[in-house]
Write a protein that binds this ligand. Structure first.
Ligand SMILES: Nc1nc2c(ncn2[C@@H]2O[C@H](COP(=O)(O)OP(=O)(O)O)[C@@H](O)[C@H]2O)c(=O)[nH]1
Ligand SMILES: [Mg+2]
Length: 325
């Protein structure tokens, strides 16, 4: 099976196989991603984040239906950054999106966290490229917005939806923690529950203070006033309106050049990420950092050397060896 061709033809087995190669950090994955790269750039990547239980998966399920009715192919990448052991949550996502399981126009994939977020983000970025090249026009990335992870979703998405629910009690907390900064579109899900109007007022109030002044050409490029939508994903209420709001937001972002700016920002982060990883690998292979580290620590501990001297020496030797090659 010629993987690149088959992926570009949208063959689900080829797509799944390529994603596995990326996840397993197989050497041929790099070549595959590069071969697919010229075929990417058309998908709309929508990040969906928010606390566990806010209704992200249910909402994505509803949005998939809207997109399918418009004849668009849809992919979902569910990233669970919390722990490699929380297979239960992933299973839950699968079940929730079951209604689309047999639809060939829908591709759903869960990605387990490898325990280091940078790695997950890099792998997820490559998986998105595979799905983009395979012709999925809308790609949802679902992740829990905790800790550092919500920053990553900004780096991977064209537009970020922040899903909140009334009565969770953690909303104000989340806002304080800076999660408000990352949402392009705010969704108050579970509007059928009490407290939805109060939450709406709170978000409107918080947003009135929000500024992106310090970030003129970064992840928030072209950010404009964030729409706030109210949905009830289980009752399928407000979901069509949410998709329309996403369309409008995307159109504005595309028209103002903000989308291109965001994508350039992402490429920049991605390239620096690859470079960092490669330099690390190179160092680890040639200087055998992992193997030598305990010895270095001992030398330092006994005051036999000094930190900068030691590292500079290692780098000098490495460069000399390289030049001798
Ligand atoms: N009352 C109510 N419950 C909802 C709504 N949307 C989702 N739920 C329920 O909330 C729970 C968590 O939903 P899920 O989509 O798994 O949330 P996620 O963890 O954010 O992906 C499930 O039991 C859903 O049925 C809603 O609009 N109203
Ligand atoms: Mg979920």
């Amino acid at each position: 099976m010629h993987l690149v061709e088959e992926v570009c033809r949208g063959n689900p087995r080829a797509i799944a196989r390529t994603i596995s190669l990326i996840e397993d950090l197989e050497p041929q994955a790099e070549e595959l991603v590069d071969a697919l790269y010229p075929h990417t750039g058309t998908a709309r990547v929508l990040g969906v984040t928010g606390s566990p239980g806010a209704g992200k998966s249910t909402l994505v399920d509803g949005l998939i239906a809207v997109e399918r009715r418009r004849g668009r192919k849809v992919a979902v990448v569910a990233v669970d950054p919390s722990s490699p052991f929380s297979g239960g949550a992933i299973l839950g996502d699968r079940l929730r999106m079951q209604s689309h399981a047999t639809d060939p126009g829908v591709f759903i994939r869960s990605m387990a966290s490898r325990g280091f977020l940078g790695g997950t983000a890099a792998a997820t970025g490559d998986v998105i490229k595979v799905l983009d090249a395979a012709g999925y026009q809308t790609i949802f990335i679902e992740t829990i917005g905790v800790g550092q992870t919500e920053i990553k979703i900004v780096e991977l998405s064209d537009i970020v939806l922040l899903v909140l629910m009334p009565g969770a009690g953690d909303e104000i907390q989340a806002m304080k923690a800076g999660i408000m900064e990352i949402g392009d579109i705010f969704v108050i899900n579970k509007k059928d529950l009490p407290g939805a109007e109060k939450l709406l007022a709170e978000i409107e109030y918080m947003l009135s203070f929000r500024k992106f002044a310090g970030d003129p050409a970064g992840a928030h490029s072209g950010s404009k006033d964030s729409p706030i939508l109210m949905t009830s994903a289980v009752r399928e209420e407000g979901v069509v309106q949410l998709m329309e709001a996403i369309d409008r937001y995307a159109e504005d972002l595309g028209g103002s050049g903000g989308l291109a700016e965001r994508r350039r920002f992402r490429l920049r982060r991605e390239l620096l990420g690859i470079l960092n990883r490669k330099v690390h690998e190179l160092m680890d292979v040639h200087i055998e950092v992992t193997k030598q580290l305990p010895g270095w620590v001992e030398q330092l501990h006994r005051r036999e050397t000094r930190p900068y001297t030691l590292i500079n020496e290692q780098i000098r030797n490495f460069m000399k060896e390289r030049n001798g090659d």
